[in-house]
Write a protein that binds this ligand. Structure first.
Ligand SMILES: [Zn+2]
Length: 179
């Protein structure tokens, strides 16, 4: 029983490490794990804890002292897993909230852009386009707005600073005040 308990605690510590690395990843990585997966796992772990607690309730105390200690150790281990799982689910919900805020901000900024010849530009005060277009690939795939920059490549394409896509058919407009 002691050995088995020790092994479970080791697994808990391993999961704890995973939890911390997830937390770090959540700060920089735009892709998210599904929070509902961890919540499902937590429910499953809580169910396991309830089963162990029921087994403890049903132990015949006169004959089952050792059994009681073992089951109590199992319960502590199972509840530790529940706690870790809740921390992970909380981290992921927090990351999901941040991502929703980011998407809302992107939508708000996108609404302020103006379309010209299939590309989106910053708007002048009169509503006409200015500067270089936003990269349509980054907008479509990542919901991120990156404005293209000029290159000296043959054909003078505009290039996305993020995904490096080149656009040979995009128009550059003068910025307001430059003409
Ligand atoms: Zn791009």
């Amino acid at each position: 029983m002691q050995l088995a308990h020790g092994m479970r605690m080791t697994r808990s510590k391993l999961r704890d490490k995973k939890s911390k690395s997830l937390l770090k990843a959540g700060c920089s990585n735009s892709s998210m794990e599904n929070p509902s997966m961890d919540i499902m796992a937590t429910i499953s772990l809580a169910s396991k804890s309830i089963e162990i607690a029921k087994a403890i309730r049903d132990i015949d105390l006169k004959v089952g002292q050792a059994d009681l200690k073992g089951k109590a150790a199992d319960l502590i281990s199972a509840l530790a897993d529940v706690k870790i799982s809740l921390v992970e689910a909380n981290d992921q919900l927090h990351a999901a909230e941040k991502e929703i805020e980011r998407l809302k901000e992107t939508l708000r900024r996108k609404d302020q852009l103006v379309e010209s010849r299939g590309f989106l530009y910053r708007s002048r005060t009169d509503g006409s386009p200015q500067g270089n277009p936003a990269c349509p690939v980054c907008l479509e795939k990542e919901a991120r707005i990156f404005f293209t920059t000029p290159t000296h490549d043959s054909g003078r394409p505009l290039q996305c600073p993020n995904c490096r896509a080149k656009y040979f058919d995009a128009t550059e407009y003068l910025y307001e005040g430059d003409n």
